[in-house]
Design a protein around this ligand. Structure first.
Ligand code: EPZ
Length: 425
């Protein structure tokens, strides 16, 4: 069965929309719940593909998981298995980060190495170097990482690049190591602060002692807790850009504008009016869309996850824009799909040169990764005619009912199911 989104372009978005809980905060907090020998209750967990995959991972480790209407309950009193299955890590690389917490709880862990993906090679060398520094013996064979550590001790870690995943993974593991750990040149995304708030609620002692420098005082054990996940910054940004490209007037509720300053700044630069409230942002799109230049950078820079959606907006700007991707080594693959809708883009090294065209035309396109999906939805909202988007599993992993929310703002999107035409030999 193949699913597609059929989008009729040209509809102006208007009204209010509420964002769901943050995918990236939820994933790292679910991993951290493995450290708690008891129950964890989590509210505002987004109902998205990556969360279901992470819950499957926890169940594979023998952890009890129950999904209620208002919350998700994790009971990690007992971790029965220390090996993570390949198919889950392959499906979602963030599940690799169970390595440290399982190692801390069981003294050993065996987790498949995550492969690359459509946005880059994405190695995990910082993760492994940090665990070794904490005293783990690491072996790699047959595509698996085997780690053994009778007990973990505090250490000093430095990242060549402020990696979000390595910061979450190693700070979480260090929370129950013996002694103090310092992480330098660490990432400082809001979702990491959310993870640390959760861990500190459970008795951990983690704090930023300087920008990009974290101190973790290891504690004996963590206690049961409940926590509400922060809102999803990237979902909010997606709706903001969708408002801009349809000359709409949309208020995104439940988001602190502080989290999205670079996106707000760039939307103003291209001519939008953006009003900031305590827990909401209102975006009023204006034509012509002016060109601008984007350079992605770890927080507080322009988020790399917003590069793809924002570039979709720039394809119909009134001039030439330059988009430079400094975080990933190949996050421009989606441009070939945008080009099928009439975008005029070319890539020189780490920079995409986006020459604005008067309008895009609807086309059948394929979603290759999560934020490429956001970019193609945004382009289809503004394109003349009908677009058909396939590869929805990549979109559904990070957006909860995206088409329902957009249709409530006036979009015309249908999700259709087609018999897949593959030959059954
Ligand atoms: C997280 O990925 C997010 N995923 C990504 O969001 C996001 O794009 C990224 O952070 C950057 O903000 C989750 O939180 C689940 P990184 P992560 O480690 O942790 C290099 C989305 O759309 N690196 O900060 O994998 C790496 O190659 C996803 O929701 C090493 O070299 O990102 C990359 O170039 C996509 N060695 C750069 O750091 C390492 O050991 C940033 O990667 C680790 C990372």
């Amino acid at each position: 069965m193949m699913e597609k989104l059929v989008i009729e372009g040209g509809k102006r978005l208007a009204g209010n929309v509420k964002v769901s809980g943050s995918k990236n905060a939820a994933l790292s907090i679910l991993v951290a719940s493995l450290l708690i020998k008891g129950k964890t209750i989590l509210y505002n967990v987004p109902r998205i593909g990556d969360v279901w995959t992470m819950l499957d991972m926890l169940r594979e480790l023998g952890v009890k998981v129950s999904v209620e209407k208002e919350f998700v309950e994790i009971d990690a009193s007992v971790i029965e298995k220390y090996e993570a299955p390949y198919e889950l890590v392959k499906k979602m690389r963030a599940s690799f980060n169970v390595l440290g917490p399982v190692l801390a709880r069981c003294g050993r862990a065996r987790v498949p190495l995550p492969g690359g993906c459509d946005i880059g090679t994405r190695p995990v060398d910082y993760h492994l170097k940090g665990l070794q520094a904490m005293g783990a013996e690491i072996k790699m064979e047959h595509g698996y990482v085997e780690a053994i550590a009778p007990h973990l001790k505090g250490t000093e870690i430095y990242f060549d690049f402020p990696s979000v995943g390595a910061t979450c993974h190693l700070a979480t593991t260090a929370a129950v190591a013996e002694g103090i750990t310092y992480i330098r040149n660490a990432a400082e995304e809001p979702e990491i602060h959310d993870l640390f708030n959760f861990l500190n609620n459970a008795g951990a002692q983690i704090r930023y002692i300087d920008s990009r420098e974290i101190e973790i005082k290891g504690v004996e054990s963590l206690k049961e807790t409940s926590y509400s996940i922060m809102p999803d910054r990237m979902e909010a940004g997606t709706f903001m850009i969708a408002a801009a490209i349809t000359e709409g007037d949309v208020t995104i509720e439940g988001i602190d504008p502080q989290y999205l300053k670079p996106v707000i700044d760039k939307l103003r630069e291209v001519g939008c009016e953006v009003l900031e409230f305590e827990n909401a942002v209102r975006v009023i799109g204006r034509k012509p869309i002016k060109p601008t230049n984007i350079v992605t950078f770890p927080h507080p820079g322009f988020p790399t996850d917003m590069q793809q959606p924002f570039t979709a907006l720039l394809t119909i700007a009134d001039g030439i824009s330059m988009v430079t991707e400094t975080v990933y080594d190949s996050r421009f693959k989606y441009l070939s799909e945008l080009a099928r809708m009439g975008a005029d883009v070319k890539v020189e090294g780490r920079t995409a040169i986006v020459k604005g065209v008067p309008e895009l035309t609807g086309a059948p396109v394929t979603i290759t990764d999560l934020r490429a999906g956001a970019a193609l939805v945004i382009a289809a909202l503004a394109a003349k005619g009908i677009s058909e988007l396939s590869g929805l599993e990549n979109l559904d992993r990070g957006y909860e009912d995206l088409e329902g929310k957009l249709n409530s703002l006036g979009a015309s999107i249908k999700r259709i199911r087609e018999e897949s035409k593959e030959w059954v030999l």
